[in-house]
Design a protein. Structure first.
Length: 346
């Protein structure tokens, strides 16, 4: 029998021995553990178990091959011929093990990348949450240190609104034929913000910073809205009222702050009702004034700044914008009038 045939018989013997041995059931058990570990997200344990299993398997194959080639009587008698046959067996063994080792390396690299990505995402999430709640704490500290004419904290906003009520909520009644573009509240607050920005300026700048951080995050939109709701829940009615004035055009910026209020419906809990007994109609809605938060009187044009147009699916219906799901009937009537007017002018 020539060397090639003897090598073929020995390889068959190795394969038969492997099939008949308990190593197969052992491997099945270890791969079962591997599957469970991956399912439970135990990536490190999975990698170690995979490496150990395949290494043990390769060692076992090498051991059987050694026995088949050199420990048998035939191998002992023929001695030097067994050494000659080691070359072909090495080629066979290398051809089997090299792909396996390569696969192990690929799996290890893939798992490492997945682990690193997951760790980076988790770190970024933790950093964002830490920054977000630190800014919330800073906002609360700013509120505690606010002061307006001997009133402190949130009462500063209340004091500002009541002390300037004659301008913010004038008693004069205008005819519906008079079109009011800028309310006295808007004009007064614009001057106040320009001359006394140190009163509330830092409060609104930090509020804007929090909203901007939420908007710039990589979270899904629903998650962003939930974070904005956490912020919104801390705002009192008087804070919302002054916030409405602060973000009107030409007061604090070029509209960036107002856009964030619209995007995250920050004025949803601000009370809105028309001024006067006359109902809102398509004929008079542009001349209708509204009472915001029960303490300021503003024009239709000013409240419309916080509404938005829904351009999805080719629909241009006016939405509640910054007012979200506000239940004000007067707001609903205003939206209907604006939408009807837009439809009529197309």
């Amino acid at each position: 029998m020539d060397a090639g045939k003897r090598l073929a018989l020995k390889c068959k013997k190795i394969i038969s021995t492997i099939r008949d041995s308990e190593i197969v059931s052992s491997l099945e058990w270890e791969f079962s553990l591997l599957t469970d570990a991956i399912t439970e997200n135990k990536v490190v344990l999975s990698l170690v178990l995979l490496y150990t299993t395949l290494t043990a398997f390769l060692i076992y194959i090498g051991h059987l091959a050694w026995q088949a080639l050199f420990i048998t009587k035939e191998a002992t008698v023929q001695g030097s011929k067994g050494l000659t046959e080691l070359g072909p067996f090495g080629d066979f063994f290398g051809g089997v093990t090299n792909p396996v080792i390569g696969a192990i390396g690929f799996i290890a690299l893939t798992i490492t990348i997945i682990m690193q990505t997951k760790q980076n995402n988790e770190t970024a999430k933790q950093n964002f949450e830490s920054s977000f709640y630190n800014l919330l704490n800073l906002q609360n500290n700013i509120i505690e240190n606010l002061e307006f004419n001997e009133s402190r904290a949130r009462l500063s906003f209340t004091k500002f609104l009541t002390e300037n009520s004659k301008v913010l909520y004038p008693c004069a009644t205008y005819s519906k034929s008079v079109k009011i573009k800028k309310s006295s509240a808007y004009i007064f607050y614009k001057n106040f913000n320009s001359e006394s920005n140190d009163r509330f300026g830092h409060y609104f700048r930090n509020l804007y910073r929090i909203l901007k951080m939420i908007d710039d995050s990589k979270y899904a939109y629903e998650t962003k809205k939930n974070l904005a709701r956490v912020l919104r829940a801390q705002l009192s009615m008087d804070e919302l009222t002054v916030l409405f004035l602060n973000c009107l055009p030409g007061i604090c910026d070029e509209g960036e702050f107002a856009s964030l209020l619209i995007e995250y419906q920050m004025l949803e809990h601000l009370s809105i009702q028309r001024h006067g007994a006359e109902s809102i109609t398509r004929k008079n809605f542009r001349n209708t004034e509204f009472i915001m938060g029960g303490k300021i009187r503003v024009s239709c044009q000013e409240i419309s700044r916080y509404l938005s147009m829904d351009t999805k699916r080719y629909s241009y219906k006016t939405t509640s914008g910054a007012f979200g799901r506000n239940t004000s009937n007067d707001l609903k009537l205003l939206k209907l009038c604006l939408w009807a007017n837009d439809e009529a002018t197309k």
